[in-house]
Write a protein that binds this ligand. Sequence first.
Ligand SMILES: Cc1ncc(COP(=O)(O)O)c(C=O)c1O
Length: 426
Amino acid sequence: MEAKKLQMYSQDELREALKETKDAYDAFQAKGLSLNMARGVPGTDQLDLTAAMLDAFPSDASPLSESCDVRNYGVLTGIAEAKKLFADILGADPDEMFIAGNSSLELMFTCLQISFVRGIAGCEPWCRQEKIKFLCPVPGYDRHFAVSGYFGAEMIPVPTDENGPDMEMVKQYVENDPAVKGIWCVPVFANPTGIVYSDETVRAFAALKPAAKDFRIFWDNAYCIHTLADLPKAPLTINQACAEAGNPDIFWQFMSTSKITFPGAGVAAMNTSKANMQEFVKAIGIMTIGYDKVNQLRHVRFFGNAENMREHMKKHRALLVPKFNTVLNKLNEEIAPLGIASWTNPKGGYFISFNGPKGTAKRIVQLCKEGGVTLTGAGATYPNGNDPDDSNIRIAPTFPSVEKLAQAMELFCICVKLAALEQLVK
Ligand SMILES: Cc1ncc(COP(=O)(O)O)c(C=O)c1O
């Protein structure tokens, strides 16, 4: 196919291109590829980076942390050394940290559950309120939307640009509608766009004056140290911005080591004000006597301090950059000249966000599936799976090898062209 924008093609040229692309697709299908790129999971080589962590706490090592014998019950909020480690990563106060089990998503779910069942900040529980609403910056993380959807929230998509969500719209909703109870935010290397919220955006969040006393920002800092390139400066933290704005209770902040050590066997952490923490601890103390402190101490012993954890992320970066480049190079070579799509070039995180021609995302995902590559479902990046433009696809380059990824992207580019040509040929 010539390097000329598709919209400049005559119908004859489009028909010819469609035939060529269909032949290429059929040839690809005959290869019998089978690859799953649906979720952003670390590659096996990334998991190997922390294999030695399993030796960081051998049976003859001392089980004593500053807080306790980690093998026993107690110390619900987490061991002191782990609080310090995660507080240093987030630039937070160790006294405002809660260290939990393996999943930050579980902590998020629990925060909503407490508001839903018992209520926070002296407010009626959400289950007794006629309607609750959640703001959902789009494109966003499907599991966030699944959590607020589970609690019956009406989900309102909020457009985002390279600085973060549309803060005028957020302010309008949050400050005028008491049914708006929360907003999902991935402030650093967002899932899936990879954007980093600007300091101005973070300050605008901290300055919100919610109509509902139990409104909270769900600040999911899942990718806070997952860089693929150097940033010119560290992003402003929500805790600092909220402290400066005199609005300390407005956020719950989350992170985990799922993509630092082991997903499923890492450590999750939450940071919030002392007042919020008190409400959380009151509820969580009913749910459990305590989390896996053996694993907390194992993480502390393996990393030693926050600086070492940041340093460790460079090893992940070295493995991931060639994968992201493989995706970006293919898109630049095959799709850019056609002028039919756009995509992000993230400086961190786990995803590339791709926008194809309107009305083609579902078709592209279907074609890829039938060609042997499973992608994240089209629409997954929008609440209720509803992308009104049917355009956005989340590309997750981390798991396959570079070689497999190159093959998968070859197929992806063929499918993008095919779906676009099917639309254009009259
Ligand atoms: C933005 C975001 N938050 C949370 C998670 C899951 O975190 P955890 O494994 O700590 O539950 C993911 C996983 O992909 C994610 O992308």
